[in-house]
Design a protein around this ligand. Structure first.
Ligand code: G3P
Ligand code: CA
Length: 378
């Protein structure tokens, strides 16, 4: 309740402060929250430096930190024995060599995950000791063939190992490194007796990262678990908003609200009661038309800021196929486009942070953008 009141008061104060300002305002809304000082727009390494290493490995996270990322982003699922590990989903086939392990052949099964039938191997059917015998592989071998040289080399890390890495790299770099964990399929894991909220907070506590002021954001595409987390911690919370569909916890309980509905001013006000920010799909901020060209910016950044919510967009990737036509270079969908220009367009749109597979490009683009901001107008 204290946390909820704090967030509401901060939102009200911020609304008063921002109503007379223009949309060119960038990071001031977050700084107005007395509990947090987010500073400059954040570079969040999406699944680590996943443009260059197999995602969600210690090596991907370490490289992201070396490249200057402000935060690393572990997505989390649970093992059979309730240990949180870094994977984008509980389905293991796309990012590990599980299919090459005959000793686990009989674990292959079909389940319904968030309403969809899925056939393969699943994290919750493996103890941590068993999962540790698997090795990570590149998710997008055709898009990022250079990364396949690392296939079979790296383990699936636990959240504890990720946090320990952060502590080590902080000592090496002298920088404070943030962690931005996301609970994946939280309703599903709760339904099978493996809820993730307490293990997540316990792990952060073990590493002294559960306090107000800790450089941590908690995020989810679902809403119920974020409301629960809001009652359990004062760490800042981010409501993810996808470009289509609906949060599974709403859909599965008959609540008709979609992600699109959650972007309205009324729903943003409701989000501000339990969250400190939103993490929208980038198309919700800079929409594309059917041909793939950018159209006018939406009002989402301004609307969110007026409710005291920071805005961290996902996901900016260097390959042409992930960009609007405006930033593509050449015809090859896997060739690099002008990610720097795309990032600067989002910074111009007033975002407070961005998830990217290419943190080196984002750090550099942000520096260039800052220099440009500081130059007096001709
Ligand atoms: O959590 C922000 C961004 O990572 C959301 O996309 O599907 O990669 O987790 P996803
Ligand atoms: Ca994520």
């Amino acid at each position: 309740m204290v946390a909820t009141l704090g967030k509401t008061c901060a939102a009200l104060l911020l609304a008063l402060l921002t109503t007379s300002l223009t949309t060119s305002l960038t990071v001031a809304p977050a700084a107005a929250d007395p509990r947090h000082s987010y500073g400059e727009p954040l570079v969040i390494a999406h699944r680590g430096a996943s443009g260059y290493r197999p995602e969600h490995t210690l090596e991907a996270y370490r490289l992201a930190i070396q490249m200057g990322a402000d935060y690393i982003e572990p997505d989390l699922v649970s093992t059979k024995d309730g240990v949180l590990v870094a994977r984008h989903e509980n389905f293991l086939d796309d990012t590990t060599d599980v299919a090459q392990h005959p000793e686990f052949a009989d674990r292959r099964t079909t389940k319904t995950i968030d309403g969809e039938p899925v056939t393969g191997w699943f994290s919750e059917d493996f103890t941590l000791a068993e999962l540790k015998t698997l090795r990570a592989k590149e998710r997008l071998p055709l898009v990022r063939p250079a990364n396949t040289q690392y296939d079979g080399q790296f383990e699936v890390p636990t959240l504890d190992e990720v946090l320990a890495l952060v502590k080590t790299e902080q000592r090496h770099t002298g920088r404070r490194i943030g962690v931005y964990p996301e609970t994946k399929h939280p309703s599903y894991f709760s339904s099978i007796g493996l809820p993730m909220e307490r293990p997540l907070l316990a792990s952060l506590r073990r590493h002294g990262m559960d306090r107000p002021g800790s450089k941590v954001f908690l995020q989810s595409f679902e809403t119920t678990n974020l409301r629960q987390l809001n009652a359990m911690t004062r760490l800042p919370i981010i409501q993810l908003l996808d470009a289509s569909g609906a949060p599974w916890d709403l859909e599965s309980t008959g609540d008709p609200r979609t992600y699109s509905d959650l972007t309205t001013r009324r729903e943003l006000r409701r989000i501000a009661r339990y969250a400190d920010g939103i993490g929208p799909h980038k198309d919700l901020v800079l929409p594309r038309d059917e041909a793939g060209n950018l159209t006018d910016p939406s009002t989402l950044v301004r609307d969110a800021h007026r409710k005291g919510l920071v805005v961290h967009v996902f996901t900016l990737r260097i390959e042409n196929q992930f960009m609007a036509n405006d930033f593509r270079v050449g015809e090859d969908p896997n060739a690099p486009g002008n990610l720097s220009a795309e990032i600067q367009a989002f910074l111009d749109a007033g975002i407070d942070g961005l998830f990217t597979d290419n943190p080196d490009v984002a750090v550099s683009a942000h520096e260039d953008w800052q220099l440009h901001q500081e130059q007096p107008a001709a």
